[in-house]
Design a protein around this ligand. Structure first.
Ligand code: PEP
Ligand code: MG
Length: 592
């Protein structure tokens, strides 16, 4: 146990629950601190030796890793073989040694220079696949750098103790790798409220606080931590009083959850009897059970990226079909809205080659990537259509910025349908197709888009990111994520109006739909269908069951006349305070 004293930090609560446990500090960030210094003549041979030892250690680690995974995953072995070749390639190893000898610079600096030179050579290669192999070189160089700096190479999947993970940042793929039976929760320096890392934490039902900025500096391995995933408070090395206080809060919260869950079987309707369809957002097939248990009427958003994120190879059409069929059968008689692949942004799969981008959120993401990779897109569309023979499926395209992308996507869908017709394979010919409205330009042309699709689903996580120009994974601007911003409320209303005028469906699947404070405004605006993360269903239902339509409409009208998000939030909080239980001033999704 560290000797460090008690310390409290405030971050962004992204996945509810209270945990008390030991910290495990992992470094998933790249080795960022890299000292560059000149060395004296007498230090040269020691520096070369230090480099050689780091290379030998890298070899040992890779061979050990290969032995461990080779039987189960053949491709993993092949990748490691290529990494071993890179490790011993003269362009990397010999040239680094030469630099240490000739330029008299430290090993880290020399290695970085060699890596840069290889990158320049790769950049000139006009073959996307080969130039993309620079990632393997980076991976190997990073391993050597870690060995030089004495940092451990941590495999998150191998953590098997009851610990709280403390990291600079975790990617969605890292998060889905966590052994949820063991890992109690996690806290990170980076991240925002609607980052996909946060969304996965909710899906896995592990408490999480992100955006703590410097928690990795403040915590040492095995420090005792209290993590409050409801309020975002983290206490490092708490005293006995704090432990007792939080154990009490833990019990209180569990009781509150149990009460809410009990009520989740009741219908989702307002006090005056207006029914609202509440569905669940899922990332994994296994979550359908939770959606049902919490009283959701089907799946309003299936994020299909996670089958790609965890795997070394792209899933086959058959794998996808089996998964979608099962989700559809489990959700029946309710529908499943399957979103086509939305890779890019903050989600990268090793099996889908993407060049590094300066602004991934504005890069080759979602439908843009699918239209660039038609084989991958069509494999998914075929799998979805085939699964539509087993229940009600609705297809949603992500990141649509205008009508042309809908037309291009529909052309692929039509071709896939023709192909299935030719082969006599069954599918639902009337499968409904919609888009996620999450790019501001789609709002501007909502009226045009409505002529081409069967429904809109508001993706407020990205709509807020792109409209308010705040990176959803950047903790320094996380406080500016404001669903009540007058611009956002107006944009949502514009989409609802366009859908109504064209007589097509409109729903919302962004996190805003599950924020109890936002729900009355959304009802007042005319939404009668919402999709929220599975665990949020009971909380959303409780709010729906606590207001009348007249109250909701009044609140909506009042909010539309206010000038700032702060004003709207204060007003809504005041109106609803009697409905929100006092759990340290907030409950799930209430804190901003
Ligand atoms: C959204 O952007 O609101 C959305 C639902 O999609 P995701 O969070 O997966 O980007
Ligand atoms: Mg989105």
């Amino acid at each position: 146990m560290s000797t460090a004293g008690r310390k409290e930090m405030q971050g962004i609560a992204v996945s509810p629950g209270i945990i008390i446990g030991k910290a495990r500090v992992v470094d998933r960030s790249r080795v960022k601190i890299m000292y560059q210094y000149l060395i004296g003549e007498d230090q040269v041979s020691r520096e070369v030796e230090r480099f050689r030892q780091a290379v030998d250690a890298a070899e040992e680690q890779m061979v050990a890793l290969k032995d461990r995974i080779a039987e189960s995953v053949k491709e993993g072995g092949v990748i490691l073989d290529s990494h071993l070749m890179i490790l011993h390639d003269s362009m990397l190893s010999d040239s680094t040694v030469k630099r240490i000898l000739n330029e008299r610079i430290n090993a880290e600096w020399a290695l970085k220079k060699s890596e840069e030179e290889i990158r320049r050579i790769f950049d000139r290669i006009d073959d996307e696949y080969i130039s993309g192999r620079i990632h393997d070189v980076e991976n190997v160089a990073e391993r050597i750098l870690r060995n030089l700096s004495g940092q451990e190479h941590n495999g998150l999947g191998e953590i098997n103790d009851r610990v709280i993970i403390v990291a600079h940042e975790l990617s969605p793929a890292d998060t889905s790798e966590l052994n949820t039976g063991k890992v109690m929760g996690f806290v990170t320096d980076a991240g925002g409220r609607t980052s996909h890392t946060a969304i996965i934490a909710q899906a896995l039902e592990i408490p999480a606080v992100v955006g703590l900025e410097s928690i990795t500096d403040a915590v040492e391995d095995r420090d005792l931590l209290i993590v409050d995933g409801n309020t975002g408070r983290v206490i490092i090395n708490p005293d006995d009083d704090a432990i007792i206080q939080y154990q009490e809060k833990q019990l209180q919260y569990e009781k509150y959850r149990a009460d809410i869950a009990r009520e989740s079987r009741l219908p989702a309707e307002t006090l005056d009897g207006r029914p609202v369809v509440l569905r669940g957002n899922i990332e994994f097939l296994e979550e359908v059970a939770a959606v049902r248990e919490y009283g959701g009427e089907g799946v309003g958003l299936y994020r299909t990226e996670f089958q790609y994120l965890g795997a070394k190879e792209r899933p086959s059409e058959e794998d996808l079909f089996e998964d979608y069929r099962e989700v559809t059968e489990l959700a029946a008689p309710y529908p499943v809205y399957i979103r086509t692949l939305d890779l890019g942004g903050d989600k990268f799969a090793t099996s889908v080659e993407c060049s590094p981008e300066t602004n991934p959120a504005l890069g080759l993401r979602g439908i843009r990537l699918c239209l660039r990779e038609p084989d991958m897109f069509r494999a998914q569309l075929r799998a979805i259509l085939r699964a539509s023979a087993y229940g009600e499926i609705r297809i949603m395209y992500p990141m649509i910025s205008g009508v042309q992308e809908v037309l291009d996507s529909q052309a692929h869908l039509d071709e896939v349908k023709n192909d299935l017709d030719r082969k006599g394979e069954a599918y639902d010919p009337d499968v409904k197709v919609g888009i996620i409205v999450e790019v501001p330009s789609a709002v501007a042309v909502a009226e045009l888009l409505a002529r081409h699709v069967d429904f809109f689903s508001l993706g407020t996580n990205d709509l807020i990111q792109y409209s308010l120009a705040i990176d959803r994974v950047n903790e320094t601007v996380a406080h500016m994520y404001q669903p009540f911003h007058p611009a956002i409320l107006r944009m949502i209303r514009q989409v609802v109006d366009a859908a109504r005028a064209a007589d097509i469906g409109v729903t919302m699947c962004g996190e805003m739909a599950g924020d109890p404070l936002c729900i009355p405004i959304l009802l007042g605006m005319g939404f009668n269908e919402l999709s929220v993360n599975a665990r949020g269903i009971p909380f959303a239902k409780k709010m729906i069951r606590s207001v009348t339509m007249a109250q909701a409409e009044t609140m909506y009208e009042a909010a539309m006349h206010m000038d700032t998000a702060t004003e709207v939030r204060a007003y809504v909080q005041e109106q609803l305070k009697h409905l929100i239980p006092d759990l340290d001033g907030g409950t799930v999704n209430i804190e901003q």
